[in-house]
Design a protein around this ligand. Structure first.
Ligand SMILES: Cc1ncc(COP(=O)(O)O)c(C=O)c1O
Length: 406
């Protein structure tokens, strides 16, 4: 993949920070946006802006066609069997809340168990905590080994006749672990439990095939994969979604309404109440098209090469602890690390002085920080426009910061 050519598509990469060329390594938090995405959103507002699914005028029909075409692109991108199962949400977090509120409230009983992993981001934890509290259910956690791999050897023991759902991340936003989802899905299904997959850190980097994965629900966010903020996707098996009550209620999600009751619209619109984020959905369509044109296998290979280089170089620095599986294993393209005696925030501030953006803190994964016994970590996360020379510059800056701050 030609990152140098790709970089020209991303206007923000041309700017400087603190007088230095920007090196953006906070992609796991949100990615930058290429011209085709920015232009698609601008063109929608300049030429076709109207509400969707309700107006017979030309602009209304254009806007509806663009919005539904974006759904078809997303459907193909994740290999969903049908567009009925592809619901636009505000992001991964809203998708988890949708399933917890709708499926969870109707399926979870007192004493039931929901199986999560110790790797979960708060987005795939707090909604289940609230549901468990409301229903008198219990959360059970699959542990990891010291390098952040899930302890699949313990899975069968944790899957009991009380397990009603397995909700697990596809890739850890802290450890970089890529989870063997097929194996988890097979075993969960054998125990009679459906599987919810948090794909926020997978969809941007690894080809997604929900059919092959066999999961029941899959959620991801547009803004981490070149798309705009405020848009994400919940894929669900239509046979499950059909039986679930609505999440948000109001216009658009109804078929017929009487003063005292209503009937629900068909899928996927039953779960898209009110005016959706039309421009961002269309922008996500453009992002998916951009990724498709590059090829997700090429995106994956590029991310692997960068993270391997970063891991190998950081591991040679004295006093640096890196977290997660070794460079020989597949990883989400991110590396969390700590430098002895230096607070991750101080390190991130020192790197910012050199124009390098990394994340520092707890990464919305407090239980995982507690499990690791650290207050936080620094994290560099890569994407398709990052280059080997940026990784080198980053490692050299970490080295300088260590000399300066320790
Ligand atoms: C693994 C994981 N899950 C869920 C989320 C939440 O995504 P969003 O804030 O876009 O809803 C994130 C965001 O960082 C994440 O990394």
């Amino acid at each position: 993949m030609n990152s140098e050519a790709i970089r020209k598509d991303f206007p923000i990469l041309g700017r400087t920070v603190q007088g230095k060329p920007l090196i953006y390594l906070d992609n796991a938090a949100t990615s930058q946006k290429p011209y085709p995405v920015i232009e698609q959103i601008t063109s929608y507002y300049e030429r076709s802006n109207a509400n969707i699914h309700r107006s017979v005028h030309t602009l209304g029909e254009e806007a509806t066609a663009l919005y539904e075409a974006a759904r078809d692109m997303v459907c193909r991108f994740i290999h969903a069997p049908s567009r009925e199962g592809v619901i636009f949400t505000r992001g991964t977090t809203e998708a988890v809340n949708l399933v917890a509120a709708s499926w969870g409230r109707t399926h979870i009983q007192p004493g039931d168990e929901i199986l999560l992993s110790v790797l979960e981001h708060h987005g795939n934890l707090i909604p289940w905590q609230l549901l468990a509290e409301e229903k008198g259910a219990k959360l059970v956690f699959l542990d990891m080994d010291e390098e952040g791999r899930l302890r699949l050897d313990k899975l069968d023991r944790l899957l009991t006749d009380r397990t009603r759902l397995v909700a697990v991340t596809a890739a850890s936003n802290v450890m970089g672990t890529v989870i063997p989802l097929r194996r988890i899905v097979e075993r969960a299904h054998a125990a009679g439990a459906p599987v919810f997959v948090d794909g926020a850190q997978m969809a941007p980097h690894i080809p997604v095939n929900v059919r092959e994965m066999g999961c029941d629900f899959f959620a991801f966010s547009g803004h981490k994969m070149l798309g705009p903020t405020g848009i994400g996707v919940l894929y669900g098996k239509p046979e499950l979604l059909e039986k679930m009550p609505p999440f948000l209620a109001g216009g658009e999600m109804v078929r017929e309404v009487w003063p005292d009751r209503a009937s629900w619209n068909a899928l996927p619109w039953k779960f898209e109440a009110g005016t959706p984020n039309i421009a961002s959905a269309i922008g996500l369509g453009a992002a998916v098209k951009y990724l498709d044109q590059l090829g997700m296998e090429a995106v994956r290979t590029h991310g692997q090469a960068l993270v391997r280089e970063a891991l190998t170089a950081l591991s040679t620095l004295e006093g640096v602890t890196v977290y997660g599986p070794p460079a020989s294993e597949e990883r989400a393209p991110l590396v969390s690390f700590n430098c002895q005696g230096i607070h991750p925030h101080d390190l991130a501030a020192a790197l910012d002085e050199e124009g390098i953006a990394v994340r520092a803190g707890r990464h919305c994964a407090d239980p995982l920080m507690k499990r690791l016994g650290v207050a936080g970590t620094a994290r560099a996360s890569f994407y398709l426009y990052n280059t080997r020379s940026e990784v080198e510059a980053f490692v050299q800056s970490v080295q300088r910061a260590i000399a300066l701050l320790s």
